[in-house]
Design a protein. Structure first.
Length: 221
């Protein structure tokens, strides 16, 4: 499903140079949850952002479902990104849009008809237990509800890969466990891949495999 081969990333130059990733290689199978743990600044977020090329790797290659992401440009890259759902720590919801409109946004960008968007959004609102919040705005939601909206949005394009950058980092422990359980269930049921960066070692214990980074290098976990 996902393969990284000798991926490296450096920020800055000279005395300001920071080696965020050093020759990272990994493989993730379908239905498999792969965790990335480490202290702040270890390179977790950079690793995830190199997979969908929100950050450009300096060296190495990334494949998703047999397609080399690092070789794509323009429309080819945009199409590939639609197969990857992304969940952020800060939720990244649009404050002037309702829950339903936030979830529908990727379909709008893709040019999906309004009737098809409405049907798909309703299915996902039911899936994440927010069918009664369709017309609510983010400011009217709890943190857990906001992250459920973010998960629904990440699933809206039927992705083959879900990536999470501290997806439960802003939630209390009980809500964090509840939201993460829902995410795990969807990954396994859909037989897609998942790559999740987290500080929460309790969540890491539920994952199939865990990679630990320290100063951009893989270290024993």
């Amino acid at each position: 499903m996902i393969k990284l081969e000798n991926v490296s990333k450096t920020f800055g130059r000279g005395v300001d140079e920071v080696h965020a990733l050093h020759n990272i290689s990994l493989d993730i199978g379908r239905g498999q949850i792969y965790g990335v743990v480490g202290a702040s600044g270890a390179g977790k977020s950079t690793l995830i952002r190199c997979v969908n090329r929100l950050e450009e790797p300096d060296n190495g290659a990334v494949w998703v479902d047999g397609e080399e992401i690092t070789a794509l440009q323009g429309e080819g890259l945009r199409q590939a990104r639609r197969k990857m759902g992304m969940i952020f720590q800060q939720f990244n919801l649009l404050s002037q849009r309702t829950c339903a409109e936030n979830i529908a946004f990727p379909l709008e960008v893709a040019g999906v008809s309004k009737s098809n968007r409405k049907r798909r959004v309703q299915d996902l609102l039911t899936l994440v237990g927010l069918e009664d919040k369709a017309r609510a705005y983010p400011a009217q939601l709890s943190g857990g509800q906001k992250q459920r909206v973010a998960i629904a949005r990440a699933l809206i394009n039927d992705p083959i890969l879900i990536m999470g950058d501290e997806p439960t980092g802003n939630l209390d422990p009980e809500t964090s466990a509840e939201v993460f359980d829902m995410l795990l269930q969807q990954v396994r049921q859909r037989k897609i891949g998942a790559l999740v960066a987290t500080h929460n070692l309790a969540l890491a214990d539920q994952m199939d495999r865990v990679l630990q980074l320290k100063s951009g290098k893989i270290v024993p976990f």
